[in-house]
Design a binder for this molecule. Structure first.
Ligand code: GAF
Length: 384
């Protein structure tokens, strides 16, 4: 249905049939936050919300971009003019992918692209990665580049880091490119090795809710980059390549070496304990103890709030209210400073928890949150 709509939108705009239609999802991260640029572990799964792109090749060095979601005309760019940080609009994401492919030596000679996305933007659910990955997959197929999913994710990350100018890690692009339906992706961000972990909450009488606080965030603003730089400073002080190299068993000794460098202590403690929490969640899911991941999620939130300092009143209110109303676990998800929280709950408690969160937001004078259920969905794929 969406594929047909986007296909029809392409025909109306460009006057010909597209060569194909592709989709790529947003993601929620179950656990493993701000570990990816520390070479650590993450565990996202794909949302049913997707960016869909109808695409055809061109041979004349022109890139035409249009989004059904934005009231703008068709953007027409010359491939030779694409330059890092030259574009502050949504077009920087797809154009950045074309730039990154060409910079890596791939023969992309132009394209007509029409996009439409249902991934909420600014909600910490990887709307940008979905845009990047859907374009990368389409161009990989059409120009027969032969790149694997993890290579596409790396190129999309380069587009985001260099072309868009946001210093993000590799989690979101890999999640969008590599997740599988009914599974969470246990990803080692050092070598991108992956394990698909079955994650079927419905079969166990549970649900995972996403609560979008409607507080918009952006990674090209400074705080994300400051945390990343702080982690790199912590690794340098400890004489390791990345904080991933500090084993959990050595954490106390590492913190002692940092002495009264309070900022480094907090950042290092978050990253090392968060990697440990990812491994714990993987163990619990593998041994069928899904309910027991709840307290691990809550501990992750406390660490992001108190040590990493990237939560906000709205995210804390979701977690506190959901837990008081009977949730099994809850935490913020994604980059922080707004965006979304997740809530793990028994089916029977979902309505009570949702109502409690909505009432708490109203009482606090916050914008009404958007609450929806997240089901682990397919990764990027060709639809037509
Ligand atoms: C954002 C970034 F894009 C990811 O790379 C990751 O660092 C995440 O924040 C925090 O875990 O989504």
């Amino acid at each position: 249905m969406r594929a047909q709509q986007v296909r029809a939108g392409f025909v109306e705009l460009y006057g010909t049939e597209p060569e194909g239609v592709w989709s790529a999802p947003g993601r929620v991260n179950l656990i493993g936050e701000h570990t990816d640029y520390n070479d650590g572990f993450v565990m996202p799964f794909a949302l049913p919300h997707t960016a869909v792109a109808a695409v055809s090749r061109r041979a004349d060095g022109v890139l035409r971009l249009h989004s059904a979601d934005i009231e703008d005309g068709v953007a027409e760019l010359r491939l030779d003019d694409l330059a890092p940080e030259s574009d502050r609009a949504w077009t920087a994401y797809p154009a950045g992918v074309v730039w990154a492919l060409r910079e890596a030596g791939h023969a992309v000679t132009g394209a007509d692209i029409h996009l439409s996305s249902t991934v909420p933007s600014g909600a910490g659910l990887s709307s940008s990665a979905a845009l990047e990955v859907v374009v990368a997959l389409a161009l990989n197929d059409l120009f027969e580049l032969g790149l694997q999913r993890w290579q596409l994710a790396r190129l999309c990350q380069r587009a985001e880091n260099v072309y868009v100018g946001a210093p993000t890690g590799i989690m979101d692009q890999t999640a969008s490119a590599c997740c599988e339906e009914g599974h969470a992706l246990f990803l080692d961000t050092r070598d991108l090795s992956q394990k698909q972990i079955p994650f079927d909450l419905a079969a166990e009488g549970m649900r995972l809710l996403v609560v979008d606080t409607r507080v918009k965030h952006s990674h090209s603003e400074g705080e994300y980059g400051k945390r990343r730089a702080g982690c790199e400073r912590g690794a340098a002080l400890l004489g390791v390549d990345a904080l991933r190299d500090i084993p959990y068993a050595d954490l106390d000794a590492a913190l002692a070496r940092l002495g009264d460098d309070e900022e480094a202590v907090r950042l290092v403690r978050h990253v090392v304990t968060e990697d440990e929490r990812v491994e714990k969640v993987v163990d619990l899911l593998r041994s069928g103890e899904t309910r027991a991941i709840g307290p691990v999620l809550v501990a992750g939130h406390a660490s992001l709030r108190d040590d990493f300092r990237i939560s906000c009143p709205e995210l804390d209110l979701v977690v506190d209210t959901a837990m008081s109303a009977g949730a099994l676990g809850s935490r913020m998800t994604g980059g922080g400073f707004g965006g979304s929280a997740i809530v793990l709950a028994d089916v029977a408690d979902v309505d009570t928890i949702t109502k409690a969160v909505e009432e708490a937001f109203a009482a606090a004078g916050f914008t009404a949150p958007r609450v929806f259920e997240a089901v682990p969905s397919p990764g990027a794929r060709r639809l037509v």
